[in-house]
Ligand binder design. Structure first.
Ligand code: ZN
Length: 344
């Protein structure tokens, strides 16, 4: 595979927007959405260009963007190239959140839930691996900064962008603060909690697992839950995410299809799978032969996926109904074949 040139990319966006003029996007990582041009600008602004091995957008893209099937490890490694430039710097956090709204409008995404781990953008916590010099920019400051930038972006680009705060599997000690930020900002744009990073390993009893306890408390407090599970990991991880972490949505979840009992649970409990066929191939979570892809079992009509996403977003019932109404106006009613609202 090759990189698309800007003209090819523009044509593809036009074609895609013509087929799908209104979209709902539930699984986007803020740190995975940074424009390469912005990384270079910020590096200049912070006088950090010498610490960045890439001097042009092309050089940066070559290391950061995967074009051949590789692994989840390799994909996660991409963040280490540019996050030290962004992390701990308020202007950068504000800019990437604002620019995301513009990109959202460009792709005709009417509603988006973007997720991030506040600690990974802060510099007050010296255990953040992206930060060299500790500073005073706290995880709470990060959330305030993102919210403020999104509010400006939503107004300027007429899109709705809510946020999900991520716990990280390799930093279970950060999770209680993530939950407390979810609670504090639940009426100010934060709609849920996630578990991200390398996939968690199933098998630890809930009472001995700090992350599971945090998710159980989130459920008790009415904070919506999504968990990355069953991407490269097993169906058992998906089952534990649902049963022990009270997940309402699963990030990826391809391996839920490996175990008929787990798949039945996903269906019966209306668990929404946030899937991405391209990512699943690039991380080798699934076979690159699309005729064997597990999603073939559930794909009916692509437009109905957009309706399902609207129904399973973590916003309130009124916003979900309004989104479904708007989608019906654009696509007609025939793709809305489900009438359920899985979340209370
Ligand atoms: Zn993800």
């Amino acid at each position: 595979m090759e990189f698309m040139n800007p003209e090819e990319e523009r044509k593809l966006i036009v074609e895609y927007n013509t087929r799908f003029p209104m979209k709902v996007e539930l699984h986007v990582h803020l740190d995975g959405s940074v424009r390469p041009e912005t990384v270079l600008d910020i590096a200049k602004e912070r006088d950090m260009l010498s610490s960045l091995p890439h001097k042009t957008v092309e050089e940066l893209n070559r290391d950061v963007i995967l074009v051949e099937p590789s692994s989840l490890d390799r994909l996660l490694q991409s963040f280490s190239y540019f996050m030290p430039i962004i992390s701990g710097y308020k202007n950068a956090v504000s800019r990437i959140a604002y620019e995301l709204c513009e990109d959202c409008a460009k792709h005709r995404i009417r509603y988006m839930e973007v997720r991030y781990c506040p600690q990974l953008f802060a510099n007050s916590d010296v255990t953040n691996e992206y930060v060299g010099e500790p500073g005073t920019f706290t995880p709470r400051d990060v959330v305030v900064t993102v919210n403020e930038a999104l509010a400006r972006g939503m107004k300027d680009y007429d899109v709705t962008v809510k946020t999900i705060l991520c716990c990280m599997t390799h930093k279970p000690d950060w999770a209680p603060e993530v939950l407390s930020l979810c609670k504090e900002f639940r009426d100010k744009g934060v709609v849920g909690i996630d578990l991200a990073g390398l996939e968690f390993q199933p098998g630890t009893p809930a009472e001995e697992c700090a992350l599971k306890k945090v998710f159980q408390e989130a459920a008790a407090c009415g904070i919506h839950r999504t968990v990355h599970a069953g991407e490269i990991g097993t169906a058992r991880a998906v089952r534990e995410a649902i049963d022990e972490m009270k997940a309402e949505r699963i990030g990826h979840g391809y391996h839920a299809y490996d175990d008929p009992e787990v798949y039945k649970k996903v269906i019966n409990e209306h668990i929404h799978l946030e899937t991405c066929p391209i990512s699943s191939i690039l991380t080798k979570a699934c076979d690159s032969d699309v005729t064997k892809h597990p999603l073939r079992k559930s794909v009916k009509r692509l437009k109905s996926y957009i309706f399902n996403a609207a129904r399973c977003c973590f916003s309130d019932v009124e916003e979900r109904k309004s989104l479904v109404r708007q989608l019906k106006e654009v696509y007609g009613p025939k793709y809305d074949y489900q009438s359920i609202h899985p979340h209370k």
